[in-house]
Design a protein around this ligand. Structure first.
Ligand code: ADP
Ligand code: ADP
Ligand code: ZN
Length: 215
């Protein structure tokens, strides 16, 4: 099963992708994570992406499509993938429509996670992540069981993204509405679109996604 999680920054794509990875044996393909590791490693792609990401704009289609094309050749993608944060433009969606059959893969569903803009600033500005295992948390909505200790791996080291500030979120939301939201109509036309209420609590969103992908 191959699915796309589509939604604005802070909608809960990464949170749900990790839950689905575990429940269904799928592999999360987050272009944001891939680009952040390229930035951290100082590769050519990382150097080109760094400032664009810090400004809350979209990295070029060419770079992102290249990264996904290469990633889809790894054998673990045969288990099924969850695209998290890709595609983000109509050009990326069209490229994916060409890439998937070349790699003998097909798309089962596109799950739109609908969240109002005013909630997203709070979601993104309270977000932090375990530096060891990547588990995501939130200052108010998803606390660690023991303060300062990751539930998943016991680490005490956490990170916050440089682009997760109220100012940059505005640019990211503008980019979402201008460049990514048209994908909702794009996938509605293909009959693959399912919409869930991303404003519900985390467990309820998981239930709605499971229902949507089983149909
Ligand atoms: P995305 O990958 O779409 O940008 P995340 O999964 O990182 O979003 O979620 C953004 C923040 O909101 C994180 O801090 C996460 O813990 C929190 N969060 C995710 N889903 C929910 C939810 N349904 N209700 C409240 N907070 C949530
Ligand atoms: P979020 O889910 O919170 O929006 P991501 O981790 O998916 O954040 O993306 C972080 C940044 O990485 C984006 O603001 C953008 O600069 C870049 N990026 C990630 N995925 C893509 C993509 N498919 N196309 C273009 N830029 C991307
Ligand atoms: Zn951890």
């Amino acid at each position: 099963m191959n699915i796309i999680l589509l939604g604005p920054p802070g909608a809960g794509k990464g949170t749900q992708a990790r839950i689905l990875e575990e429940g269904y044996g799928l592999v999360q393909l987050s272009t944001g994570d891939m680009l952040r590791s390229a930035v951290a490693s100082g590769s050519d792609i990382g150097r080109q992406a760094k400032e664009v990401m810090e400004a809350g704009q979209l990295v070029s289609d060419e770079i992102v499509i290249g990264v996904i094309d290469e990633r889809l050749d790894a054998p673990d993608t045969k288990k099924g993938v969850i695209f998290d944060g890709f595609p983000r433009t109509v050009a990326q969606a069209e490229a994916l429509d060409k890439l998937l059959p070349q790699k003998r893969l097909s798309l089962n569903a596109v799950v739109e996670m609908a969240v109002d803009d005013d909630l997203l600033v709070d979601r993104v500005s309270g977000r932090y992540t375990c530096a060891m295992c990547g588990e995501g948390y939130h200052d108010r909505h998803k606390l660690t069981k023991e303060e300062g200790v990751c539930d998943n791996c016991g680490s005490r080291s956490f990170t916050r993204r440089p682009d997760d500030n109220a100012e940059t979120v505005k640019s990211r939301l503008a980019a979402y509405h201008e460049q990514t939201a048209p994908l909702i109509a794009y996938y509605a036309r293909s009959g693959k679109l399912k919409t869930v209420d991303g404003m519900a609590d985390i467990d309820e969103v998981t239930r709605q996604i499971e229902h949507a992908i089983r149909r």
